[in-house]
Design a protein around this ligand. Structure first.
Ligand code: NAD
Length: 296
């Protein structure tokens, strides 16, 4: 079997277009466009690329964006003061604190200070709670992006066995909540899971989000399973060329899976597209334009 390629790039384009058209409609009605503000602490090169892409995408879709870059050594108090100031600014629709933060700053404490109505990452404890209660107006970007890819390609989750490798707060755990809400039977695996390949082989839908290059080999995959690769890892190939690889051995697994997301061009583009959706959703929530944010 050669797997169908699930192109996140293509699905992301659909959402970007929807956001662009809706923002244009708001502007045509004389309203200000949604405004995303990103707070970056320090100079982590990965974060710098992500932040730049987020700001660039806002511009392309007609959203306002601002960026606050703080020194690595910024104190908790200074960062809190900035967040309070952003919370009080009625023109700002979404606030994103780029992770990871330096070790002296506790991410959960900092994110708890962001106004939950502008928490575009859905990481505030109130929004995480609402997510598990099935009553949230935003959903986390990467997990929602995965759900949208599955929906786009008509891959249902009802009654399916889903196995997620990785239990982080930004991918594994919230994805489990979203998959449960779609009536999948969900297993979350992690670095201490015993006999990971055997658990993974139970999956109808297998999600790899461990951050370990090509961890998932053909041995992990049941014939005909759908495989979603969240991992982004830098690897040097046999020719000394640097390349991006996922958590899945794409070539080998493509022979066994029925469908698979590539890296790049899979989950990655969806994460940014969902951030744009959430910024618009927060704006509509704040302006009472829709009760459930951006229903897609
Ligand atoms: P993380 O480091 O916070 O969590 C990794 C999880 O994987 C942990 O729960 C850990 O227990 C588990 N794990 C690690 N090694 C394992 C192993 N050998 N076997 C089983 N489980 C193992 O990572 P994260 O932030 O969730 O990100 C995971 C990967 O997804 C990274 O490569 C990251 O770059 C990528 N990512 C991509 C996007 C995107 O938009 N494409 C978004 C977020 C994260």
């Amino acid at each position: 079997m050669t797997a169908q390629i699930l192109s996140g790039k293509e699905v992301a384009q659909k959402f970007r277009k929807r956001v662009r058209l809706r923002v244009q409609k708001l502007v045509d009605r004389g309203l200000k466009p949604p405004h995303l503000t990103v707070v970056q602490v320090g100079d982590d090169p990965g974060s710098t690329v992500y932040v730049r892409n987020k700001v660039k995408t806002c511009k392309k879709l007609g959203l306002e964006s601002t960026m606050h870059k703080l020194e690595e050594s910024v104190s908790r108090e200074e960062l809190s003061t900035l967040i309070q100031k952003l919370n009080a600014d009625a023109d700002i629709s979404g606030i994103l604190v780029q992770l990871p933060l330096p070790a002296h700053l506790n991410a959960t404490e900092i994110i708890s200070e962001v106004d939950p109505a502008r928490d575009v990452d859905c990481l505030h404890p109130a929004n995480v709670g609402r997510l598990w209660l099935g009553d949230s107006f935003v959903t986390p970007c990467t997990p929602q992006g995965i759900i949208e890819i599955l929906d786009h390609y008509g891959i249902g989750l009802k009654g399916k066995r889903a196995v997620i490798i990785g239990r982080s707060n930004i991918v594994g755990k919230p994805l489990a909540a979203l998959m449960l809400a779609r009536h999948a039977t969900v297993t979350i695996c992690h670095s201490r899971t015993v006999d990971l390949p055997a658990v993974a082989r139970e999956a109808d839908v297998l999600v790899a989000a461990a951050g370990k290059a090509e961890l998932v080999t053909a041995e992990y995959v049941k014939d005909g399973a759908v495989v979603i690769d969240v991992g982004v890892n830098r690897k040097v190939d046999e020719d000394g060329e640097k390349k991006l690889v996922g958590d899945v051995d794409f070539t080998a697994v493509s022979e066994k899976a029925s469908a698979i997301t590539p890296v790049p061009g899979g989950v990655g583009p969806m994460t940014i597209a969902m951030l744009m959706v959430n910024t618009l959703g927060c704006y509509e929530y704040q302006h009472g334009l829709s009760e459930q944010g951006f229903g897609t």
